[in-house]
Write a protein of this length. Structure first.
Length: 678
């Protein structure tokens, strides 16, 4: 064997290990940089008899399926969805045995990857319920359910009605016929028709026989009990009942005397199921249809949340709220036109004038406003492209990655966007007051409050929140606000009204309980001797609070925690505030934009782009990843070259050491080893 081979092999091996480790490192870095958006924690878990679908599984599960699907499109951060989830779980549990014919299903639209799916189905408010018929082929087969979703009995009856209509139209092979027994069919004949099945349930109901249909679906495929139904005039019905109400009977096969006969009219399908279960549940349980395993989405563990101070106005939260609003909430519908378009124009104009933040942030709204005012119809893609284009020209003042700081919840689906939106709205009202307090032409309602209310109504995807807010705006006499200072006072009052309503609800984050604002811990002086808020003291506090935008970084979380309030006092406070140099008056932004335009016309040179304030130099996300990949690869190659060079030099050194020094054990010794040995 060549004596150099082991050394070379060892070198190659080390080089391979280094390269491998390095490539792994690059992969991790790329993944870290490309991860974006929120994954949206599911509101349902694997114990719920609910099929959770996403953009990758939706088409295969729904289109061409031999089942109908009743789908809740929800958003895991939406208060109304959080509040509705227990009801929907209960409903799904009741309909568990319907799964072979009608599958209760959910899709989480707060999960970024599902956005195109939800947009395709025109889901712009949550929760949104749709019935997808047997053998659906495309999105148009999804029928919007607009009944009372909280009345789960009515909901089940309505679904039974939809399934029956579906069966009449499509006549699916594996489904029951949903037809009543003919008036001439005798009980004896029905017993014969069910063969060896032990029990027969008969529901008496005229059309629409929703209770009968619901039970037909529920017991379809059950080998222990069969369900049939008759109309009120059928001899079986008239033999047992005379009050004309909906009734039910349970027979042992072959026995003309019923095991059970409803004593009063039945008004819920589930009452029949409960009675059958009570009487023969143990005998028919094993004969039920096989319910296919539920493909519930994995439960994502809630990340541990550093208990930030919830009472801070942080620039990070404002930026994230603006970004989520522009990239996620506004383009939820496929097309913006008509009233929503008019509302969007008003809101962009308000943001242009009063949005908080740095100069590039305000220039972003200036340009968006200028552009949107000229449009009549904008698609979601056109909107996103425009926002991206302006963002890049201004150095990406808004992040694509959403990060919450004072608005972070103890779970990913709590607080977040709506907290950021409230914070943004309060900051805008305070800014509007500062700018317009001496302007007699300023109209608080037209210029600020109504654009916000209308924006919430049309663009806050939590539909119930949006409707509640409009009702609350009316109740709190929005139209009567005239004094400039009432622009922020009104919003403060209404928000406290909302806090009171939601306190203790499922959307109330247990780690950040809703309180009247400002809480005593922030402003003890804002309370009178009876413990009630003293408006005269609270309002100046609110003004000061929303004038103080902090720029703490999420990399360097502030050391103070919510627990560091003691005896009504904050023990430590944030140090960093938005540099007043960046807090520019709208007039200055107008001037900057006008100057840019003049400059463009004069030198016809490409418009000066803003240096990226986040250090990305205007590169789009994918470009940024490539940039890092190339950069890190170059470092990797350089490291490998240096290592090889080092190995080469080292072996040269050893060759010199052994061969050129005449095999002396110690090259510096005067007597060669060979001689010693000899
Ligand atoms: C317009 C609107 C209507 C909503 N309606 C509903 C609804 O009907 N049902 C539902 O479940 N959820 C609703 N939400 C969401 C809900 O109000 C909260 O935003 C959400 O539950 C998160 O609460 P939070 O604890 O982060 O505090 P938030 O209420 O979001 O408040 C954010 C921050 O604002 C400050 N603040 C609190 N109160 C005031 C005040 N009065 N004045 C000034 N600053 C204040 C505090 O620092 C607080 O941390 C609505 C949200 C909005 C924007």
């Amino acid at each position: 064997m060549n004596e150099k081979e082991p050394g070379v092999a060892k070198s190659l091996c080390i080089a391979a290990v280094i390269t491998g480790v390095f490539m792994l490192f690059i992969l991790v870095v790329i993944l870290a940089f490309s991860a974006g958006g929120s994954s949206g924690e599911s509101l349902y878990d694997k114990d719920d008899p609910i099929l959770e679908l996403d953009v990758d599984t939706f088409s295969a599960a729904i289109y061409g399926s031999k089942k109908a699907h009743f789908i809740e499109f929800y958003s895991s951060w939406c208060g109304a969805c959080i509040g509705y989830a227990p009801t929907f779980k209960k409903f799904a549990k009741q309909l568990e045995k319907w799964a072979p014919l009608v599958q209760v299903t959910v899709v989480n639209c707060a999960d970024d990857k599902n956005m195109p799916l939800c947009r395709e189905h025109s889901v712009s408010s949550y929760p949104s319920l749709r019935y997808f018929k047997y053998n659906s082929h495309n999105k148009d087969d999804g029928m919007k359910y607009s009944g009372d979703k909280y009345d789960i009995n009515k909901l089940a009856h309505d679904i039974a009605g939809l399934a029956q209509a579906d069966a009449q139209k499509q006549n699916p092979e594996s489904w029951p016929t949903f037809l009543p027994l003919s008036d001439t069919t005798t009980l004896e004949e029905v017993f014969k028709s069910i063969g060896t099945t032990s029990y027969l349930a008969i529901v008496v109901q005229d059309s629409p026989s929703v209770i009968a249909w619901a039970n037909l679906i529920n017991y379809h495929g059950n080998n222990g009990v069969k369900v049939a139904y008759v109309t009120q005039n059928h001899p079986i019905a008239t033999k047992f009942f005379s009050d004309g109400g909906v009734h039910a009977l349970l027979f042992s096969n072959g026995n003309q005397e019923p095991l059970w006969k409803s004593s009063s009219p039945v008004d819920k399908w589930v009452d029949v199921q409960d009675k059958i279960d009570e009487l023969i549940g143990d005998k028919i349980a094993a004969s039920g249809p096989t319910v296919h395993p539920i493909n519930a989405a994995p439960v994502i563990a809630a990340p541990s949340n550093p208990l930030n101070n919830q009472y801070e106005v942080q620039l990070v939260d404002l930026k994230s709220a603006m970004s989520y609003m522009l990239y996620k909430e506004i383009p939820r519908r496929e097309e913006i036109r008509d009233e929503p378009m008019a509302v969007l124009k008003q809101w962009m104009h308000t943001l242009k004038k009063y949005a908080p933040g740095t100069t590039p942030m305000r220039r972003l709204f200036f340009r968006l406003d200028e552009w949107i005012q000229l449009q009549s119809v904008v698609t979601a893609n056109e909107w996103i492209t425009k926002v991206d284009e302006i963002q890049q020209a201004l150095g990406n003042p808004l992040p694509k990655e959403i990060t919450w700081m004072a608005c972070a919840g103890s779970k990913p689906n709590l607080r977040g966007y709506t907290c950021g939106l409230w914070t943004l709205a309060h900051t805008i009202t305070v800014e509007a007051y500062k700018q317009e307090k001496h302007n007699t032409a300023f109209k608080p309602v037209i210029d600020v409050l109504e654009p916000f209310r209308a924006f919430i109504f049309h663009f806050l995807s939590c539909s119930e929140c949006a409707q509640n807010f409009t009702k609350e705006a009316e109740k709190n006499q929005l139209h009567l606000v005239t004094r400039p200072e009432d622009v922020y006072a009104w919003l403060w009052r209404v928000h406290n009204f909302v806090n009171k309503r939601l306190s203790g609800s499922l959307t109330d984050d247990p780690s950040f309980k809703k309180q009247q604002f400002p809480p005593k811990s922030l402003c003890a002086d804002c309370y009178d001797a009876n413990g009630d808020i003293d408006e005269a003291k609270a309002l100046p506090f609110v003004f000061k609070y929303y004038s103080n935008i902090k720029t703490d970084s999420t990399d360097n979380l502030p050391g103070y925690k919510v627990v560091e309030y003691k005896e009504g006092k904050t023990l430590s406070a944030g140090q960093r505030h938005l540099n007043p140099k960046f807090q520019v008056h709208a007039g200055k932004v107008d001037q900057l934009e006008a100057n840019d335009k003049v400059k463009n016309v004069l030198d016809a040179s490409p418009q000066r782009t803003w240096k990226d304030i986040d250090g990305y130099d205007g590169l789009p996300d994918s470009g940024r990843s490539h940039y890092y990949f190339i950069f890190l690869s170059l470092i990797g190659v350089a490291l490998i070259v240096i290592y090889c060079k080092y190995r080469k030099n080292r072996s040269k050194f050893w060759k010199t050491f052994y061969y050129k020094n005449d095999f002396k054990l110690c090259p510096w010794s005067s007597s060669p080893v060979k001689q010693n040995i000899v």
